[in-house]
Ligand binder design. Structure first.
Ligand code: 13P
Length: 257
């Protein structure tokens, strides 16, 4: 069966010291009260700022359930791109994953489908698991175009991959209207979209891959709503923003599987 994931996206929060404290608090909490699920069943991911990657890897290396993610990588491999961070650099810290195509990056940094396809390629080439984000704005949902939009996001940036490479990808459905708003998609809305995504993957890659692709839900997940969201048949966990910055809250979310 596919692996479940509780992933935190810290966004542009936490200094190095604050990040270390947060990691300490969550790892201590997990050691004192482990999840009943094994690391083969449930993975916990910290999506930390670049400056925290190396410390985060170091602090969690004994903990088989925890993986570290960057929140972005450059679409180019290396060279004269001042201020950018490459997939190879991220991998060299020991981080295993990278969030790609978050709606904030699409919106504020004009990331296109084509650019995201390149980011996915460069991540996979460097042995990073892409956590690929998709999701619609409210006006698209109101026009009932949300399924087509999400399919297009996935098709344009992921479906060029061969099956062996696609099998490494994690998808995060994050409706933009639910991000940071306190308005969560209902479990039924999440399940409906996740099912559409899984069927779409099935058409392109077949049963085995579609059944083993982890599809996360993101958007105002908290300790109170995580259990019901994660119990939907096609919702394999969450990509969590605000609530991942509070150790107690994130631990409760980890325990809601
Ligand atoms: P919130 O959980 O703060 O709504 O953020 C979701 C998100 O953007 C995770 O990537």
């Amino acid at each position: 069966m596919r692996i479940k994931i509780a992933a935190g996206n810290w966004k542009m929060n936490t200094t190095l010291e604050e990040g270390r404290r947060l990691i300490n608090a969550i790892t201590e909490g997990l050691l004192n009260n482990p999840s009943p699920l094994s690391p083969n069943e449930l993975q916990v991911v910290f999506g930390v700022p670049f400056i925290t990657l190396e410390s985060a890897v170091d602090m969690t290396k004994e903990h088989k359930q925890i993986k570290i993610a960057a929140q972005n990588c450059c679409s180019e491999e290396k060279g004269a791109f001042t201020g950018e961070v490459s997939a190879a650099m991220i991998r060299s810290t020991g981080a295993q994953c990278v969030i790609i195509g978050h709606s904030e990056r699409r919106e504020y940094f004009n990331e296109s489908h084509a650019m995201l396809a390149k980011k996915v390629d460069v991540a996979l080439k460097n042995n990073l698991i892409p956590i690929f984000c998709c999701g619609e704005k409210l006006e698209i949902r109101h026009k009932n175009d949300h399924f087509d939009l999400v399919k297009k996001q996935i098709e344009e940036s992921l479906f060029h991959l061969n099956p062996d490479l696609f099998a490494h990808v994690v998808i995060a459905y994050e409706p933009v209207w639910a991000i940071g708003t306190g308005v969560t998609a209902t479990p039924q809305q999440a399940q409906e979209m996740h099912n559409v995504i899984r069927n779409f993957i099935n058409k392109r890659y077949g049963n085995s891959i579609s059944n083993s692709t982890t599809i996360l839900y993101g958007g105002s997940v908290n300790a109170g709503n995580a259990g019901e969201l994660f119990s939907q048949p096609d919702v394999d966990g969450g990509l969590i923003g605000g609530a991942s910055l509070k150790a107690d809250e994130f631990l409760k979310i980890i325990h809601s599987f």
